[in-house]
Design a protein around this ligand. Structure first.
Ligand code: NAP
Length: 286
């Protein structure tokens, strides 16, 4: 059985959908904090059990019968996520899983230009020491385009701090690749980069947005502190603005620009390009 955590979240929810296209529902289980939110999966024959990274006993029970366990990286910003990841890994080991997978991020390391990556590095290190086979799904950056680009459809500009090249992946492709790895006869050992072959910049997004909309979309570089002040004035908590700023600053180092072809190999096609993703973005009033 393959057990997936975070199945009521965006990424691993997509992974479960792709698993359902590949294997019988009776071979899939989910470990979720709120089983009511996974009723749609129970209705299709997926085993749904309650589990939280804060409750080791429930977690072990939800991992029972697992051949493989896919652990989502915790999104709980109020918690000690390193300890949560260790609890989840311990529970998977104790439940007898033969392989543990973890949703990591590209460029992960303890000393990188982007400090949050140390959380993934710690989880990967703990997995390596667990004695069980493991795979780290090192996804590129992903998320809502509106958050990354701002309201470009209304303003005709992408006004953000200076950036550098970074790997931007469509979350649908990341979920599909995870399901492919989980059901593959090939063993994927340790870190696996799941990034498109070519990195992009916000200037590339502006060029594609111009082409798509048929009118110029300008990339405007905003001074770091000016941008943070603008975000705060718009009601964004300063900590959240600085977290995003740190990501832009980190991309300036070229740390996220390494090409990799594993994702296209797994998908059997090119990953969705930024043009594809922009075309899928809901149209906003101009
Ligand atoms: N590579 C990137 O650019 C990028 C971008 C965003 C996020 N991430 C990371 O990748 C993860 C998956 O992304 P996503 O888009 O799927 O985020 P998401 O939609 O916020 O999903 C996060 C999932 O983590 C679960 N979770 C949080 N705390 C937990 C706990 N204590 N025990 C068990 N499960 C817990 C949540 O459970 P509930 O459904 O019960 O809330 C949710 O299902 C995120 O958690 C974050 O660490 C990476």
């Amino acid at each position: 059985m393959i057990i997936v955590t975070g199945a009521t979240g965006a990424l691993n929810g997509l992974t479960v959908e792709h698993l359902l296209n590949r294997i019988p529902p009776s071979d899939i289980g989910v470990s979720v904090r709120d089983p009511k939110r996974a009723q749609h999966l129970a209705d299709r024959g997926v085993r749904v059990r309650q589990g939280s990274y804060d409750e080791p006993a429930a977690l072990r029970d939800s991992f029972a019968d697992a051949e493989q366990v896919l652990l989502v990286s915790s999104s709980d910003v109020t918690a000690d996520v390193n300890s949560q990841h260790r609890t989840a890994i311990d529970a998977a080991v104790e439940a007898g899983a033969k392989r543990i997978l973890y949703t990591s991020a590209h460029g992960t390391g303890f000393n990188t230009p982007y400090p949050p990556l140390a959380i993934n590095a710690a989880a990967e290190q703990y997995l390596a020491e667990s004695g069980v086979a493991w795979t780290a799904l090192r996804n590129g950056f992903y998320g809502h385009l509106e958050q990354l680009l701002g309201p470009w459809q209304a303003t005709g500009t992408i006004a953000k701090p200076a950036d550098g090249p970074f790997a931007w992946v469509d979350r649908r492709d990341a979920g599909e690749a995870a399901a492919t790895i989980l059901t593959s006869a090939e063993a994927f050992e340790g870190p696996v980069n799941l990034t498109p072959a070519s990195p992009v910049t916000l200037t590339d997004f502006a060029a594609q947005a111009s082409e798509l909309s048929g009118r110029p979309v300008e990339r405007i570089v905003v001074d770091d502190e000016e941008w943070v002040a603008g975000e705060i004035a718009d009601g964004v908590p300063e900590s959240a603005a600085r977290f995003t700023l740190a990501m832009f600053q980190a991309t300036r180092s070229n740390h996220f620009a390494q090409p990799d072809h594993t994702l296209s190999r797994l998908l059997g096609r090119e990953p969705r390009s930024i043009a594809d993703q922009l075309a899928d973005q809901p149209v906003r009033a101009v």
